[in-house]
Design a protein around this ligand. Structure first.
Ligand code: TLP
Length: 349
């Protein structure tokens, strides 16, 4: 199977498996797992923040961050396609008692001009805005990346108005690769950043939340409340450390393969994608011109050994990663051309 559904599907490398086998461990709830402690130290250094915490998932990292920066009954500004709004089971409401104020940013990158009018002070009819959440890269917008100056402008203005900024940087290393800026510069001004070891970096499990020492100490309590107090988690952290130290340099190839796929897809009749807009390892493309429903295309690709998910009726998403090489991408393109040519155009399959 050529699996392009997500970069979450990667298998741990032999080196990760070896490190997991040999990991030195202890009880992390007592703070005694040396491998987890090392991972947290390295993650904090790489993010340029005073502290970091290892969490099982990106969703938990985002959930804790929202809780850190808000009180019940407040609003969180985010992009309309934000993962925390679309794919995290209303965690804003469930754990933090907040609602989202979504912004239709267009390409997934919000500007301060779009955010400013949506900020609400507490009043007789309105709930206070307390947090701005930015997703970098923006998954559902097709892996788009924030320019550094936009992040800094959002943070400077937000802080001047007493608001916090959290970055869902599940794929911030892809953003770093695309912009040529180190992660610590990208996240320098945000209050907290969550990034995933288990996405493009290829670890089997795990995400990091980085921020001030005070916020991360509080985050440990929220993680425990959410059931995320792991014990000999060093076996997971060991793979995470390899992902963190070694995987970023391989992302260039994933991005190259994504551009290759974008160019190939753009040539298939009925598929709409602008290759010039593909910045990282995610492509979201419109298949409505093929007159075949996206789910149908997905099912037919599967019969040909290719896994690509539908986002909705007309959109599909490809995510490149280290387990599918250039040849795999070319085979996937050939399968897509075959599947979409199978039905005469104008006929809804
Ligand atoms: N994204 C997954 C799915 O949930 C859609 C994927 O396949 O891309 N933030 C962003 C931007 C994400 O893309 C994801 C996962 C998360 C947070 C949540 O991470 P996990 O799955 O570890 O909870």
């Amino acid at each position: 199977m050529i699996d392009l559904r997500s970069d979450t599907v990667t298998k741990p490398t032999p080196e990760m498996r070896r490190a997991m086998l040999e990991a030195e461990v202890g009880d992390d709830v007592y703070g005694e797992d040396p491998t987890v402690n090392l991972l947290e130290k390295r993650a904090a250094e790489i993010a340029g923040k005073p502290a970091a915490i290892f969490v099982p998932t990106g969703t938990m990292g985002n959930t804790i961050a929202v809780k850190l920066h808000t009180h019940h009954g407040e609003e969180v500004i985010c992009d309309a396609r934000a993962h925390l709004l679309e794919y995290e089971l209303s965690m804003l409401a469930w754990f933090s008692g907040c609602v989202a104020r979504p912004i239709r940013s267009g390409d997934g990158v919000m500007s301060w001009e779009q955010i400013a009018p949506e900020i609400r002070p507490l009043g007789p009819h309105r709930a206070r805005t307390s947090l701005i959440e930015i997703e970098n890269s923006n998954n559902l917008a097709g892996g788009t990346v924030y320019p550094l100056r936009t992040i800094d402008e959002i943070c400077d203005n937000a802080h001047a108005r007493g608001l916090k900024v959290h970055m869902d940087g599940a794929r911030v290393f892809n953003a770093a690769e695309a912009t040529g800026k180190p992660v610590n510069e990208i996240v320098a001004k945000v209050d907290t950043v969550m990034f995933c070891l288990s996405k493009a970096l290829g670890a089997p499990v795990g995400s990091m939340l980085a921020g001030t020492a005070e916020d991360i100490a509080q985050a440990r309590l929220y993680r425990k409340r959410l059931g995320g107090g792991m014990r000999q988690a060093g076996v997971l952290a060991a793979a995470g450390l390899i992902a963190l130290e070694q995987s970023p340099r391989h992302l260039t190839e994933d991005h190259r393969n994504a551009r290759l796929m974008a160019k190939g897809l753009a040539q298939i009749p009925g598929i709409r994608i602008d290759p010039a807009k593909v910045q990282t390892n995610i492509l979201v493309f419109d298949v409505s011109g093929t007159s075949i429903a996206a789910a149908q295309i997905s099912a037919r690709l599967k019969e040909r050994g290719v896994l690509i998910n539908a986002v909705n009726e007309r959109l599909m998403r490809v995510v490149t990663h280290y387990d599918v090489d250039r040849e795999g991408c070319e085979l996937a393109l050939a399968a897509m051309a075959e599947v979409t040519a199978a039905v005469p155009s104008g006929v809804m399959a």
